[in-house]
Design a protein around this ligand. Structure first.
Ligand code: A3P
Length: 287
């Protein structure tokens, strides 16, 4: 038995109890955001770590020192994790905060705040594949015997952080209530440079072209997958076992085609059509 998974329910969604306690979740829900705070919001496996790295590099004007010496969970800590209070950086510069919590839990704390919210969404077929592989290596998540089993749970929203559909729809509906910027994993893949420039515009953080070059270069998959400050190789094997699957696994669009049968893909499309009506986000399924 190499699993340490304890799944807790909070506000109707499953969460890994190893990372969150009722107190840490309460703290997240009542958190007082300050002007200048930047909140990265994602459903798991949607490009969270990528965005943490991009923002770190934007705020350092392309200087890689922070990115190469401080782990991502310290420079952009998870609001809902037990260690958040002790890790949050106070002092100069904007605080970068990360969360996977759904809008039903967090939107009230953000109302009337001046925090900037960056939502990263990824096409859900690739999310499901990436999340499945993550379950193999992350020992704080339940053991899953096959991709088919996981897909079924994923489509029912019976996985940690709940339904992908509710997460994306819930946050998307907040777009006019918050200082909100939405970008997809596929946008980042298609044109990283353009995405970085758009982010700079949203953050009010102008950069010289050479600085954008540095951000772009540093945030490419081959570079990030070698950076121990973001590839999770610093985490003990008992918690994340990279022999089972790497955290920086493939970093591509369309890997779902290697995992899903035609039947599974058709059933997925049907659910997607039903659940995503009214959401005008465009997802790319292949590149
Ligand atoms: P795969 O498992 O499909 O490879 P998160 O950070 O939200 O947990 O998301 C992890 C996913 O983002 C993994 O997807 C990982 O490989 C991918 N990823 C991380 N950095 C990336 C980058 N620079 N370029 C492309 N994909 C990246």
């Amino acid at each position: 038995m190499d699993r340490m998974s304890v799944i807790e329910e909070f506000a109707g969604i499953q969460l890994p109890g190893h990372l969150h306690t009722p107190e840490s979740l309460q703290y997240a829900q009542n958190f007082k955001f300050k002007e200048g705070d930047v909140l990265i919001v994602t459903y798991p496996k949607s490009g969270t770590t990528w965005m943490q790295e991009i923002l770190t590099l934007i705020y350092s004007q392309g200087d890689t020192e922070i990115a190469m010496t401080i782990p991502n969970w310290e420079r952009a800590p998870w609001l809902e994790h037990t260690y958040f209070k002790v890790t949050l950086k106070e002092g100069e510069g904007p605080r970068i905060i990360t969360t996977h919590l759904p809008s039903s839990v967090l939107a009230p704390a953000l109302q009337n705040s001046k925090a900037k919210v960056i939502y990263v969404a990824r096409n859900p077929k690739d999310v499901a594949v990436s999340f499945y592989h993550f379950h193999k290596m992350a020992k704080f998540l339940p053991e899953i015997s096959s991709f088919s089993e996981f897909l079924e749970l994923f489509l029912k929203g019976k996985v940690c952080y709940g339904s992908w559909f509710d997460h994306v729809q819930g946050w998307y509906r907040q777009k006019n209530n918050l200082d909100f910027f939405c970008i997809t994993y596929e946008d980042l893949q298609k044109d990283l440079r353009r995405s970085i420039k758009k982010l700079c515009g949203f953050l009010g953080c102008p950069m010289y072209s050479e600085e954008v070059d540095k951000v772009e270069q540093h945030c490419r998959f081959p570079v990030m997958s070698q950076n121990v400050m973001v590839n999770y190789m610093l985490i003990p094997k008992e918690i994340m076992n990279h022999d089972q699957s790497k955290f920086m696994r493939k970093g591509v669009v369309g890997d779902w085609k290697e995992h899903m049968t035609q039947e599974q893909s058709d059933a997925f499309d049907k659910i997607f059509q039903e659940k995503m009506s009214g959401c005008y986000l465009q997802f790319l399924w292949n590149l």
